[in-house]
Design a protein around this ligand. Structure first.
Ligand code: GDP
Length: 263
């Protein structure tokens, strides 16, 4: 049996990557106050109260990508929703309900999966009333949370675990993979294409735009009956070419991936 999956979706900048890191307990995904940083699907295995699930972070729905990758990002989001057992729809209490949230709600309307509506950035109880506004989306069980103030993390875990399909995980399924391969090199040499070939799926966005991959992404695949992880990494650049925070995070994440890998 497979590991149940929980996908995080929402418009840009509501705190999806922050929730991903918060539930995992590590700083895995890049959190930034600019919209549209996350492009690929990030996956991490979560263990809580002896249960397991895969948590998937996605790019912002409805974001117009500056490198014309909007369609690719949307395909990754759709694949994430498709393979999920539970959807976490994230909104931002401080910003209030926006037309983009309504668009996201509309897109999830026909999905017959449990949806939890996370009103993130509900940083103190005084904002709980403001969070109620999101009931108007008419989708999902509303939970006010704050990654910044660590509010309602256990409530959220309880709500997720209650709704997980109870397919027990077979022994060995969460064992460490046989080998972790970090795929590194300069930008645009074909790292993501190579990873997709190993995974036999369009797991990573591939484009001619240098720097398409922004974060290190773990992609699991099976070969000859063994489990492996390929870690796709942002392309390495010379120090003097590092211009933006995204380049900086990318380099840092790639270096960490190299340390984490066996090969
Ligand atoms: P994403 O684009 O939806 O993945 O959003 P990010 O996780 O990158 O976060 C967007 C911004 O919201 C960042 O500046 C975060 O620091 C901020 N943020 C995330 N969670 C909270 C929260 O609980 N409260 C507040 N006030 N800000 C938050």
């Amino acid at each position: 049996m497979s590991i149940p999956r929980v996908v995080i979706v929402g418009r840009p900048n509501v705190g999806k990557s922050s929730i991903f890191n918060w539930l995992d307990g590590r700083r895995l995904a890049i959190v930034d106050d600019r919209a549209g940083v996350t492009r690929d699907r990030m996956v991490t295995l979560i263990e809580h109260d002896d249960r397991y699930f895969e948590l998937i972070d996605t790019g912002g729905m409805g974001h117009e990508d500056s490198d014309n990758l909007t369609k690719d990002v949307e395909l990754q989001i759709a694949a994430g929703i498709d393979e999920a057992d539970i959807v976490l729809l994230v909104v931002d209490t401080r910003a209030g309900l926006t037309p983009m949230d309504e668009m996201v709600g509309e897109r999830l309307r026909k999905i017959e999966k449990p949806v939890l509506l996370l009103a993130n950035k509900t940083d103190h109880p005084g904002l709980d009333n403001a969070a109620l506004e999101f009931h108007r989306l008419g989708r999902g069980w509303l939970i006010p949370v704050s990654t910044l103030q660590n509010r309602n993390r256990q409530t959220l875990f309880d709500a997720i675990l209650e709704r997980l399909p109870d397919n027990a995980i077979e022994a060995g399924e969460t064992d460490a993979p046989r080998m972790k391969l970090a795929i590194v090199g300069r930008r645009n040499v074909g790292k993501s294409t190579f990873v997709n070939t190993l995974a036999k799926a369009q797991r990573m966005i591939v484009s001619e735009v240098p720097g398409t991959t922004r974060d290190s992404v773990d992609v699991h695949f099976d070969l000859d009956g063994h489990r492996f992880v390929a870690i796709d990494t942002p392309g390495l650049r010379r120090n003097k070419s590092i211009r933006t925070d995204i380049d900086f995070y990318g380099l840092h994440r790639a270096q960490r991936s190299i340390r984490r890998a066996d090969v």
